[in-house]
Ligand binder design. Structure first.
Ligand code: URA
Length: 188
Protein backbone atom coordinates (compact mmCIF):
# COMPACT_ATOMS: atom_id res chain seq x y z
CA UNK A 1 0.00 0.00 0.00
CA UNK A 2 1.05 3.56 -0.69
CA UNK A 3 0.96 4.47 3.04
CA UNK A 4 3.38 1.60 3.78
CA UNK A 5 5.68 2.73 1.02
CA UNK A 6 5.65 6.32 2.32
CA UNK A 7 6.29 5.16 5.89
CA UNK A 8 9.88 4.21 5.04
CA UNK A 9 10.50 6.90 2.42
CA UNK A 10 14.03 8.31 2.14
CA UNK A 11 13.57 10.19 -1.14
CA UNK A 12 14.44 13.58 0.34
CA UNK A 13 16.46 15.08 3.18
CA UNK A 14 13.41 15.46 5.44
CA UNK A 15 13.71 11.72 6.11
CA UNK A 16 16.75 12.44 8.29
CA UNK A 17 15.03 14.98 10.55
CA UNK A 18 11.49 13.61 10.86
CA UNK A 19 10.19 11.61 13.81
CA UNK A 20 7.23 10.13 11.91
CA UNK A 21 5.95 10.14 8.37
CA UNK A 22 2.55 11.85 8.50
CA UNK A 23 0.30 10.25 5.91
CA UNK A 24 -3.38 10.86 6.68
CA UNK A 25 -6.21 10.72 9.17
CA UNK A 26 -9.94 10.23 8.81
CA UNK A 27 -11.88 7.99 6.47
CA UNK A 28 -10.14 6.79 3.27
CA UNK A 29 -13.60 6.33 1.73
CA UNK A 30 -14.74 9.90 2.55
CA UNK A 31 -16.41 12.11 -0.05
CA UNK A 32 -14.55 15.16 1.23
CA UNK A 33 -10.80 15.56 1.49
CA UNK A 34 -8.82 18.42 3.09
CA UNK A 35 -5.24 18.97 1.95
CA UNK A 36 -2.85 21.12 3.98
CA UNK A 37 0.82 22.01 3.60
CA UNK A 38 3.15 19.96 5.77
CA UNK A 39 3.29 18.42 9.25
CA UNK A 40 4.29 20.67 12.14
CA UNK A 41 5.88 19.54 15.39
CA UNK A 42 2.72 18.02 16.94
CA UNK A 43 2.00 16.13 13.72
CA UNK A 44 5.60 14.91 13.49
CA UNK A 45 5.44 13.68 17.09
CA UNK A 46 2.11 11.87 16.65
CA UNK A 47 2.38 10.74 13.04
CA UNK A 48 -1.02 12.25 12.23
CA UNK A 49 -1.91 15.38 10.22
CA UNK A 50 -3.58 18.42 11.76
CA UNK A 51 -3.44 17.45 15.43
CA UNK A 52 -2.00 20.75 16.74
CA UNK A 53 -3.71 24.13 17.10
CA UNK A 54 -4.49 24.51 13.40
CA UNK A 55 -5.89 20.99 13.45
CA UNK A 56 -8.19 21.78 16.34
CA UNK A 57 -9.60 24.68 14.37
CA UNK A 58 -9.92 22.48 11.28
CA UNK A 59 -11.92 19.96 13.31
CA UNK A 60 -14.21 22.75 14.54
CA UNK A 61 -14.77 23.85 10.96
CA UNK A 62 -15.58 20.26 9.95
CA UNK A 63 -17.98 19.91 12.89
CA UNK A 64 -19.65 23.22 11.93
CA UNK A 65 -20.34 21.65 8.53
CA UNK A 66 -22.27 18.94 10.39
CA UNK A 67 -19.55 16.36 9.74
CA UNK A 68 -17.54 14.05 11.98
CA UNK A 69 -13.76 14.64 11.56
CA UNK A 70 -13.06 10.93 12.16
CA UNK A 71 -15.75 9.45 9.91
CA UNK A 72 -16.77 11.91 7.23
CA UNK A 73 -13.54 13.42 5.92
CA UNK A 74 -10.02 12.46 4.89
CA UNK A 75 -7.18 14.80 5.90
CA UNK A 76 -3.66 14.88 4.47
CA UNK A 77 -0.85 17.21 3.39
CA UNK A 78 1.16 18.10 0.30
CA UNK A 79 4.31 16.75 1.94
CA UNK A 80 4.50 13.94 4.46
CA UNK A 81 7.48 14.92 6.62
CA UNK A 82 8.02 17.96 8.80
CA UNK A 83 10.34 20.64 7.44
CA UNK A 84 12.71 21.54 10.31
CA UNK A 85 11.62 24.62 12.26
CA UNK A 86 8.32 24.58 10.32
CA UNK A 87 9.90 26.33 7.34
CA UNK A 88 7.99 26.25 4.04
CA UNK A 89 8.60 23.09 2.02
CA UNK A 90 11.23 23.54 -0.72
CA UNK A 91 10.01 23.11 -4.34
CA UNK A 92 12.18 19.98 -4.67
CA UNK A 93 10.61 18.48 -1.53
CA UNK A 94 7.13 19.09 -2.96
CA UNK A 95 8.12 17.65 -6.33
CA UNK A 96 9.60 14.55 -4.69
CA UNK A 97 6.70 13.95 -2.32
CA UNK A 98 3.63 14.84 -4.38
CA UNK A 99 3.37 11.50 -6.20
CA UNK A 100 2.28 10.04 -2.83
CA UNK A 101 -0.53 12.59 -2.64
CA UNK A 102 -1.65 11.94 -6.21
CA UNK A 103 -1.79 8.22 -5.43
CA UNK A 104 -3.67 8.70 -2.19
CA UNK A 105 -6.20 11.02 -3.84
CA UNK A 106 -6.67 8.51 -6.65
CA UNK A 107 -7.40 5.82 -4.04
CA UNK A 108 -9.77 7.96 -1.95
CA UNK A 109 -11.41 9.45 -5.05
CA UNK A 110 -13.28 12.14 -3.10
CA UNK A 111 -16.22 14.10 -4.55
CA UNK A 112 -14.66 17.38 -3.35
CA UNK A 113 -11.19 18.50 -2.25
CA UNK A 114 -10.55 21.56 -0.07
CA UNK A 115 -7.05 22.99 -0.58
CA UNK A 116 -5.90 24.81 2.55
CA UNK A 117 -3.56 27.73 1.92
CA UNK A 118 -1.05 28.78 -0.74
CA UNK A 119 1.18 25.72 -0.76
CA UNK A 120 -1.70 23.27 -1.23
CA UNK A 121 -3.36 25.41 -3.88
CA UNK A 122 -0.13 25.94 -5.81
CA UNK A 123 0.86 22.27 -5.66
CA UNK A 124 -2.58 20.84 -6.55
CA UNK A 125 -3.53 23.34 -9.23
CA UNK A 126 -0.14 24.39 -10.56
CA UNK A 127 -1.13 28.04 -10.20
CA UNK A 128 1.11 30.88 -9.12
CA UNK A 129 -1.89 33.04 -8.20
CA UNK A 130 -1.95 33.60 -4.45
CA UNK A 131 -4.66 32.26 -2.16
CA UNK A 132 -6.35 35.67 -1.80
CA UNK A 133 -6.93 35.69 -5.59
CA UNK A 134 -8.24 32.14 -5.92
CA UNK A 135 -10.05 31.40 -2.67
CA UNK A 136 -13.74 30.75 -3.01
CA UNK A 137 -13.48 29.83 -6.70
CA UNK A 138 -14.12 26.26 -7.79
CA UNK A 139 -11.28 24.73 -9.79
CA UNK A 140 -10.68 21.18 -11.01
CA UNK A 141 -8.02 18.79 -9.72
CA UNK A 142 -6.61 16.77 -12.64
CA UNK A 143 -9.51 17.96 -14.76
CA UNK A 144 -12.14 16.03 -12.81
CA UNK A 145 -12.45 16.54 -9.02
CA UNK A 146 -13.90 19.90 -7.89
CA UNK A 147 -11.45 21.65 -5.61
CA UNK A 148 -12.19 24.61 -3.37
CA UNK A 149 -9.20 26.78 -2.42
CA UNK A 150 -9.49 28.49 0.95
CA UNK A 151 -7.35 29.95 3.71
CA UNK A 152 -5.23 27.67 5.88
CA UNK A 153 -6.48 27.35 9.49
CA UNK A 154 -3.11 28.51 10.84
CA UNK A 155 -3.71 31.83 9.05
CA UNK A 156 -7.07 32.10 10.80
CA UNK A 157 -5.64 31.65 14.29
CA UNK A 158 -3.28 34.63 14.02
CA UNK A 159 -4.79 37.41 16.11
CA UNK A 160 -5.56 40.35 13.81
CA UNK A 161 -8.52 42.29 12.46
CA UNK A 162 -8.12 40.69 9.02
CA UNK A 163 -8.78 37.26 10.48
CA UNK A 164 -12.38 38.13 11.30
CA UNK A 165 -13.08 38.71 7.61
CA UNK A 166 -10.98 35.70 6.57
CA UNK A 167 -12.96 33.42 8.89
CA UNK A 168 -16.21 34.61 7.30
CA UNK A 169 -14.78 33.93 3.87
CA UNK A 170 -13.68 30.41 4.85
CA UNK A 171 -17.16 29.70 6.17
CA UNK A 172 -18.62 30.90 2.81
CA UNK A 173 -16.22 28.55 1.01
CA UNK A 174 -17.20 25.64 3.25
CA UNK A 175 -20.88 26.36 2.70
CA UNK A 176 -20.25 26.14 -1.06
CA UNK A 177 -18.57 22.77 -0.42
CA UNK A 178 -21.58 21.58 1.61
CA UNK A 179 -23.90 22.59 -1.22
CA UNK A 180 -21.76 20.73 -3.75
CA UNK A 181 -21.93 17.63 -1.53
CA UNK A 182 -25.70 17.98 -1.09
CA UNK A 183 -25.35 18.60 2.67
CA UNK A 184 -27.97 20.67 4.51
CA UNK A 185 -27.00 24.31 5.25
CA UNK A 186 -25.80 25.09 8.81
CA UNK A 187 -25.35 28.20 10.90
CA UNK A 188 -21.70 29.16 11.63
N1 URA B 1 -0.43 22.52 9.02
C1 URA B 1 -0.54 21.76 7.91
O1 URA B 1 -0.55 22.25 6.78
N2 URA B 1 -0.64 20.46 8.07
C2 URA B 1 -0.67 19.87 9.25
O2 URA B 1 -0.77 18.65 9.30
C3 URA B 1 -0.56 20.69 10.39
C4 URA B 1 -0.44 22.01 10.25
Amino acid sequence: MIADEASTCTKCGLATTRTNVVFSRGNPAAKLCFVGEAPGSDEDAQGLPFVGRAGQLLDKMIAAMGLDPAKDVYVCNIIKCRPPGNRKPEPIEIETCIPYLHEQLAAVDPKVIVALGNTAVAALLGTKLGITKVRGQWKLYRGKIPIMPTYHPSYLIRPSAQQVEAKKQVWEDLQAVMKELGLPPKKA
